[in-house]
Design a protein around this ligand. Structure first.
Ligand code: NDP
Length: 602
């Protein structure tokens, strides 16, 4: 634990004041309304640049055992775990042209996963695959998604370049009717939704954005036809181009070094600097992974989750900046496990935070040679206010003559756009191309936004059912009135920075529910009492993080500066404890949500 003597006197009060000033500079009155959904104004952003020509196909009208909505890691893992339970016909429906989800859409230059590959890539034990790097490039991850889908034969019934448009429970047959935007209308006994949390991209509502004559695209729809090159770089098409990039989050930090290498000139429009910690990527070694030992990946993944959930471990196997900063993630993950005297914990936490942030700011000063640029790149907020980033290339890019950092904090981002470029303060920056690294509506799935209507028993819509009291679920997966519907990775469960681990545990759980229902000729549906009991568990000891986020610089963690709901959104004892709870429940109580089928299959 950190002590006050580790910091010079007065540091904490000075930092608090500085953080408050920097926050005030950035809070916008329009909050979350500052963004545009991509489809709303810029339909072309939603196109799939990777699928090629979408082949015509006849609509399907058959029946399957299970439909999985979404073909990212959540959907793939659900499919794989259903297969392991012996479920025959599993149909994954995916908007993209192939499996991969976020790794299908995001292929921008420099893309890597910043969680260690040996814990991030799921089913390494089952597939025998050993990632080549400690932090894997996106294409290796996408190929691994395909590898799992092939191994578990998920291509057979999959529908690609297809979006589910409605899910309706048919009481007489006790099956779901699924419709899609390709004219399909088929039945499924079970529905598993795995629609992801990074699927709805967003763009800043910059005045004049539609007048810009240059080229634009979002990082999750990279236009290699324009830039040339590949995710490894070599963007020869930019050699004579003035390129702008908006956004300096985890994506911006990865893409800027590649753009800097190849653009004639790069303007980085920054609103809030990220914390950029050491990356230290390297080749996988035999010592890392014990490749000849079955179960090594599971052991390592569990170890990472323990460390980042605040559990005690004998050895930190991953030993990187995530695990070393694990304590500071306490506020980032609302379900972090914490014990002991709260006031003492908060005091020590603030000191540890100050030490970490001083280290991050000192790193900027060491690397960036121009003092004015270095000053703008220093983050002034507490560590868990924004998602941490890691790079050994990003800060260095600002030492190049062809890279200009444009700080837009005082104008709350880019002020306006013209035919020729971008205006910030008194300056118009003329550009040939502007790239949006502006992220996604994080945590918004089609089901919660209502874009994918779900009609349960009696035709009631899920959104209506939750309108008054908010979400009601058992463990986040199932809900009363919506039989045989299982939601993956949603609210009221517990999360981790290693999201694929969470998804895999959820997939195991979903498949076990389906297998139990099949074995018992039953329908899966929790009672309202079971939901109430779960809501009570969520409320017990839910950590009070609202005050922390209310003092943070704006971003998607705190609804752009408005604070964060402190209601029971997640299991309060962390993902590690949650997974144990689920396992025990499966062994002892799963029968509670099963009731005998009354219909015969159509
Ligand atoms: P983010 O939402 O994290 O960042 C968006 C960026 O755009 C911010 O820097 C934001 O500034 C900036 N921005 C938004 N509007 C404006 C504006 N009007 N003017 C100037 N700047 C603006 O998006 P990312 O794509 O970086 O990340 C999204 C998610 O993807 C993250 O949750 C991350 O977890 C995940 N990701 C994970 C990776 C991994 O390796 N695991 C890699 C990349 C992404 P401000 O901060 O001021 O709001």
């Amino acid at each position: 634990m950190a002590h006050s003597q580790d910091l010079p006197p007065g540091t904490l009060s000075e930092l608090r004041q500085r953080y408050r000033i920097e926050r005030e500079r950035r809070v916008r009155p329009d909050g979350v309304r500052q963004y545009l959904g991509a489809e709303a104004e810029f339909g072309y952003y939603a196109d799939d640049p990777y699928a090629g020509e979408t082949a015509e196909r006849a609509p399907v009208g058959d029946g399957v055992d299970a439909v999985v909505v979404g073909g990212g890691f959540g959907g793939i893992l659900a499919g794989a775990r259903l297969r392991q339970q012996g479920i025959g016909r599993v149909r994954v429906v995916e908007k993209g042209g192939d499996f991969g989800g976020t790794w299908y859409w995001n292929r921008y230059p420099g893309i890597h996963c910043d969680i260690e590959s040996h814990v991030y890539l799921p089913m390494l034990d089952e597939t025998g695959y050993v990632p080549r790097w400690k932090y894997a490039p996106g294409e290796e991850i996408r190929r691994h998604a395909v590898r799992i889908a092939e191994k578990f034969d998920l291509y057979a019934d999959a529908l690609f370049s297809t979006s589910v448009t409605s899910l309706s429970w048919d009481e007489t047959t006790e099956t779901w009717i699924v419709t899609t935007d390709r004219g399909d209308r088929f039945r499924a006994t079970y529905v598993i939704t795995a629609t992801g949390t990074l699927s709805e991209l967003k763009l800043p509502g910059i005045p004049g954005i539609e007048t810009f004559r240059g080229h634009t695209f979002h990082t999750s729809r990279w236009d290699y036809a324009y830039t040339g090159g590949t995710p490894d770089g070599g963007l020869t098409g930019l050699a004579d181009k003035r390129v702008g990039v908006v956004g300096t989050g985890a994506t911006g930090v990865q893409v800027v070094p590649k753009l800097a290498e190849d653009a004639e000139h790069l303007y980085v429009f920054q609103r809030t600097p990220s914390t950029v910690d050491v990356r230290a990527n390297r080749r996988t070694t035999a010592r890392d992974v014990g490749a000849d030992r079955h179960g090594w990946a599971r052991e390592r993944r569990d170890n990472f989750l323990r460390v980042t959930s605040g559990e005690d471990v004998e050895q930190d196997l991953v030993a990187d900046r995530w695990t070393r900063s694990a304590l500071l993630l306490e506020k980032l993950l609302p379900s972090f496990r914490r014990q002991g005297d709260r006031a003492a914990f908060e005091a020590a936490y603030e000191i540890a935070d100050a030490l970490k942030m001083n280290e991050i700011r000192a790193r900027v000063e060491q690397i960036v040679t121009d003092p004015d640029t270095a000053g703008k790149l220093k983050p002034w907020y507490r560590y868990a206010c924004k998602r941490p980033t890691f790079s050994d290339l990003y800060l260095q890019a600002f030492n190049r003559d062809n890279v200009t950092l444009v700080d837009t904090a005082d104008t709350h981002g880019i002020e306006r756009m013209t035919e020729r470029g971008v205006v910030v303060g008194d300056t118009e920056y003329e550009l040939d191309c502007l790239i949006f690294a502006t992220g996604f509506s994080v945590g918004v799935s089609g089901i919660h936004s209502g874009r994918l209507p779900v009609h349960g028993r009696g035709g009631i819509r899920l959104q209506e059912a939750w309108a008054e009291e908010g979400p009601r679920t058992l463990h986040g997966f199932t809900c009363n009135g919506f039989p045989n519907l299982i939601q993956l990775g949603g609210v009221q469960s517990a999360s981790s920075v290693n999201y694929t681990h969470v998804l895999d545990e959820h997939a195991v759980h979903a498949a076990a529910l389906v297998a139990a229902a099949e074995a018992g000729n039953a329908v899966i549906e929790p009672s309202r009492e079971a939901e109430d009991a779960w809501l009570a568990v969520l409320s017990e000891g839910a950590p009070d993080h609202a005050w922390f986020h209310a003092e943070c610089t704006p971003g998607y963690y705190n609804a752009e500066g408005r604070g964060r709901p402190n209601g029971p959104t997640a299991y309060p004892h962390g993902a590690f404890a949650f997974h144990h709870l689920l396992k025990r429940w499966r062994e002892e109580s799963m029968g509670e949500v099963l009731r005998a089928r009354t219909a015969t299959q159509p």
